[in-house]
Ligand binder design. Structure first.
Ligand SMILES: Nc1nc2c(ncn2[C@@H]2O[C@H](COP(=O)(O)OP(=O)(O)OP(=O)(O)O)[C@@H](O)[C@H]2O)c(=O)[nH]1
Ligand SMILES: [Mg+2]
Length: 372
């Protein structure tokens, strides 16, 4: 066996060199493209390096038969230059396909239909492990389905995406007779906590005719207090400003005859542990019926995980995702809900109070994920 390395400007030249030195039975072992020469990184030329091998015992007989990557390519001795060139072009194409296959080796090898679904999920930034599981399950179920149509495939795909969300349904806290429902909103800075409270409080007060009160413990910024007072004025509901946790307990006792009390908290950087600990003190005093962790859907999945780590020992009852109108990638929400198994209570999709909010239907999230 003779093994030799050939360098040429293109595959055609390389194949000719191989043919003349090793004969038509030569086998391509490896191909590599590289750039070389030039000046200061400019004018670099493309080269191809091909390692080929031929059996010593075989005579380099005329151009009768060629071998490429283990595949025999029959060639007639009456073949003209044009036909030889076309064989080489064919080989070149095969080489390109092989190198593409090698590039994709890291990816799961689904049939084409599965690859399309897999890439759709990856584009939405759904975690690889989850995406592979859903596609695998979908293909298995589709192969056993009586109908083999695109609609059927989408139906199965939809059901598999929905399944993990359905077991974590949001159930609002029960209404307690003669006591207010205390709803507290926490989350990182600027995600839309106050805006979300305004939307929900407006619906309770105006549409459901409930007796609503607003409390803010966000006294760090004058603007934050003013923001809630303005909202309270517009809706004609009282706003109480609280300066310490003891104060909060006392005020809640005084507000017993309200139906719903919304508590707004200061945006806390999840990286500031002192601030987060102070928030925990307020939460202990509040005895909330529900604690909503408000998150902006524009955040990255890793940010969500960091936020969760910070709030891990707080009894968050559900998640609210805001700013859905500002993104078209919903994979980070899906990953988080699948991993942490927290229900989503609301989706907020704009700045309009009270219109831009809706009860979070898992079907809606799956529809958004499947949008092509
Ligand atoms: N596009 C869009 N903007 C939103 C949404 N919700 C809130 N906002 C905007 O986000 C900005 C911050 O909203 P706030 O409600 O003040 O946020 P916050 O979480 O209370 O902020 P801090 O109290 O400073 O932590 C405002 O400009 C809101 O109008 C939403 O669903 N979509
Ligand atoms: Mg706020």
């Amino acid at each position: 066996m003779r093994v030799k390395r050939f360098v040429a400007v293109d595959m055609q030249e390389a194949m000719e060199k191989i043919k003349s030195e090793l004969g038509n039975d030569a086998v391509i072992l490896h191909t590599r493209y590289f750039k070389e020469g030039g000046f200061l990184g400019f004018f670099r030329k493309n080269y191809v390096e091909v390692t080929a091998a031929a059996d010593n015992n075989q005579e380099n007989v005329a151009l009768n038969e060629g071998t490429f990557a283990g595949q025999k390519i029959k060639k007639d001795s009456i073949k003209n230059d044009h036909e030889i060139a076309s064989d080489l072009a064919e080989m070149h194409k095969m080489m390109q396909e092989m190198s593409l296959m090698l590039e994709n080796l890291g990816e799961p090898q689904f049939p084409k239909m599965g690859q399309v679904l897999y890439h759709r999920l990856k584009k939405q930034e759904i975690e690889d492990k989850i995406a592979q599981k859903i596609v695998k399950l979908t293909l298995e179920q589709y192969s056993q389905a009586s109908l083999q149509t695109k609609e059927e495939l989408n139906k199965i795909f939809f059901a598999n995406l929905l399944k993990p969300l359905q077991k974590i349904k949001y159930v609002p806290a029960k209404v307690k007779m003669g006591e207010p429902r205390i709803l507290t909103f926490i989350g990182p800075t600027g995600v839309g906590k106050t805006t979300t409270i305004a939307k929900l409080a407006a619906m309770s007060a105006v549409l459901e005719k409930k007796k609503v009160a607003l409390i803010t413990v966000d006294t760090y910024r004058i603007a934050a207090v003013e923001q809630l007072k303005t909202i309270g004025d517009i809706m004609n509901v009282p706003v109480k400003v609280i300066f310490n946790p003891e104060n909060l307990q006392e005020s809640l006792r005084e507000m017993r005859d309200f139906d719903v009390i919304y508590i707004d908290t200061a945006g806390r950087s999840h990286k500031n542990i002192t601030q987060v600990n102070e928030l925990k003190q307020y939460l202990e005093s509040a005895h909330s019926d529900e604690i909503f962790l408000v998150l902006a859907s524009t955040s990255k999945y890793q940010d969500f995980l960091d936020i969760f780590d910070t709030y891990r020992d707080i009894n968050v009852t559900s998640l609210i995702f805001t700013k859905l109108d500002e993104t078209s990638n919903y994979g980070s929400i899906y990953n988080l809900v699948c991993k942490e198994e927290y229900p989503i209570s609301y989706f907020a999709n704009g700045q309009n109070i009270p219109d831009d909010i809706e009860v979070a239907d898992p079907i809606k999230l799956v529809q958004m994920l499947m949008k092509e």
